[in-house]
Design a protein around this ligand. Structure first.
Ligand code: NAG
Ligand code: NAG
Length: 510
């Protein structure tokens, strides 16, 4: 079990049981209760959430190429159900289209001039609720995935964006302070090549066809048009901006800044409360001044809320909270947050994990969970001294006593061996295609559409394979990453009683 503050330590199996006389041990996998099969529970703000286990698995082989000829790569950096596409077909199956995001290309040795892009992947999903363990080849039939097309991203003047490490700062456009459509200082390739660089990790698709994406370099939030042109940029508070010892911006991911986001620990997490027009972004782990220079002190990350209800008129920071991430109970290392989803006002799903599993040297993962947190009782620190890097929230990873963090509870365990075995998968041991992927980085929700279970949802989640393929192509050139890491996708079934009726449906346009 990870280390968590005592007030958030939740183990409700027994409390849960008392509600259902014949339920049997709630932690016993596959046990049927009046609410269906339940393999785990969590309680947050007095509401009980149920994990009904893994019900779908699919994958795209690492050898797949996109429309440019490059490896399709790790499309699971961000996932969104394309509006209006999710439907139940007559035979009890579901179909739809994922919008999916790779990050910055094949960069095991060096960063590359990879244009940011968004893939569309069609799926047909047949929920598996049987108790028998499927063979790996049968398991893959439960979620069939088919690459459809890619949209590429462009900076101002329709210049291609890049994935290269930024070595230069492009000056803010005149009037950027009062006009959300003018660029702030942004990370670019170099003085002579002033194209915007992106390392994309989060995605929200808007009704009008435009997209919000979140990135690690800035870490910034950008809006792009449906055809991939930059519309606007949100610059976070000073406390998050990477500054060197002299206070100058330096967006490199090659070394630590003096203050601000830790390299490669930017805005992994992006979520949207559509009813209120509030966009939420969260850092993967603590800023440098908040303990982010070591995994043992980086647990106190920050969540930001922006009112984007009239994005071309104004974008305002309207909230900021501290979220305590889980830590390994042996070595104290923080499990960074790779994605989050808005569940209901104040409540979020969050994917926290280690980097072990297929594609890593350590094949045995200790922690990969879609957890829950609530900010309902947490201290809002926006527009306080804490937005100034001179005032850390957690020096050396010890949280200031005047700040109450979010409440964080454990929920859906990706590593549950019984659930993995149902789909022919495993954690640790043999390094074959049935080993669970290391870097899960995305979440998306859809309704199950059963009258008896109005709060039940499918939770789709995909991994980022870091473009690891033995037959890869990067910028038109072949490469051999030494290992094939296929792109895995899971579907869990979860009961989320706090979800406002119809909100998930509206979010995915059905
Ligand atoms: C499925 O596999 C798991 C893990 O190997 C095993 O414990 C379980 O008994 C199997 N279930 C069935 C129904 O064979
Ligand atoms: C940013 O920092 C790196 C590493 O210290 C340095 O090489 C680079 O010149 C700096 N870039 C700018 C724009 O100051």
């Amino acid at each position: 079990m990870p280390r968590l503050p005592s007030y958030s330590y939740v183990c409700v199996a027994l409390a849960f049981l008392s509600n259902f006389a014949n339920a049997g041990p709630a932690n016993l996998p596959g046990h049927t209760t009046p609410l269906g099969v339940v393999v785990g529970t969590a309680v947050l703000d007095g509401v009980q959430y149920l994990n009904k286990g893994l019900v779908g698995f699919g994958m795209i082989p690492s050898t797949m190429k996109d429309s440019s000829g490059d490896s399709l790569g790790g499309f699971g950096s961000a996932l969104f159900l394309k509006r209006g596409t999710f439907k139940e077909t007559r035979d009890g199956k579901f179909s739809g289209t994922f919008l999916a995001r790779p990050d910055r290309g094949y960069n095991v040795d060096v960063t590359v001039d990879y244009q940011a892009r968004q893939h569309e992947i069609d799926f047909v999903f047949s929920p598996y609720t049987g108790s028998a363990n499927l063979s790996f080849s049968d398991a893959q039939k439960m979620l069939q995935l088919k690459y459809r097309k890619t949209t590429y991203m462009y900076d101002r003047h329709h210049r291609k964006t890049s994935g290269l490490d930024p070595t230069y700062v492009r000056n803010a456009q005149v009037g950027s302070k009062g006009n959300p459509l003018r660029d702030p200082d942004v990370p670019v390739v170099s003085k002579s090549d002033q194209r915007l660089v992106l390392d994309v990790e989060g995605l929200v698709a808007n009704k009008d066809g435009s997209f919000w994406i979140s990135d690690e370099y800035g870490p910034y939030i950008y809006r792009f048009s449906a055809s991939g042109d930059l519309i606007q940029t949100i610059q976070p508070p000073n406390a998050v901006l990477p500054r060197d010892a002299s206070g100058s911006l330096n967006f490199t991911s090659m070394s630590n800044p003096k203050t601000g986001r830790s390299p490669n620990q930017g805005f992994e997490n992006l979520a949207f409360d559509e009813a209120n027009g509030i966009l939420y972004a969260m850092l993967q782990s603590a800023t440098i001044q908040d303990g982010g220079d070591s995994k043992t002190t980086s647990r106190y990350t920050r969540l930001f809320a922006y009112d984007v209800s009239r994005p071309t008129k104004s974008v305002r920071l309207v909230g900021e909270w501290v979220v305590p991430l889980p830590q390994n109970n042996k070595n104290g290392k923080t499990y960074g947050a790779s994605e989050m989803l808005f569940v209901s006002p104040g409540v979020f799903l969050v994917l926290s994990r280690d980097g072990d599993g297929k594609g890593s040297d350590d094949l045995s993962s200790k922690y990969k969970k879609a957890d829950l947190f609530s900010i309902s009782k947490a201290t809002d620190i926006h527009n306080t001294k804490y937005d100034d890097p001179a005032h850390p929230i957690a020096v050396g990873g010890i949280l200031n006593s005047d700040i109450r963090p979010a409440e964080y509870v454990l929920f859906v365990d990706y590593l549950d061996p019984i659930q993995l075995a149902k789909f022919g998968l495993h954690n640790g041991g043999k390094n074959d295609a049935t080993l669970i992927a290391s870097k899960w980085e995305s979440l998306a929700l859809a309704p199950v559409n059963e009258r008896a279970y109005p709060n039940d949802h499918y939770l789709f989640t995909a991994a980022d394979n870091d473009f690891m393929s033995r037959q890869g192509v990067s910028l038109g050139k072949p490469y051999d990453a030494g290992v094939d890491v296929d792109n895995q996708v899971f579907v869990f079934r979860v009961t989320l009683p706090s979800v406002k009726k119809g909100s998930v449906e509206r979010f995915i346009g059905i």
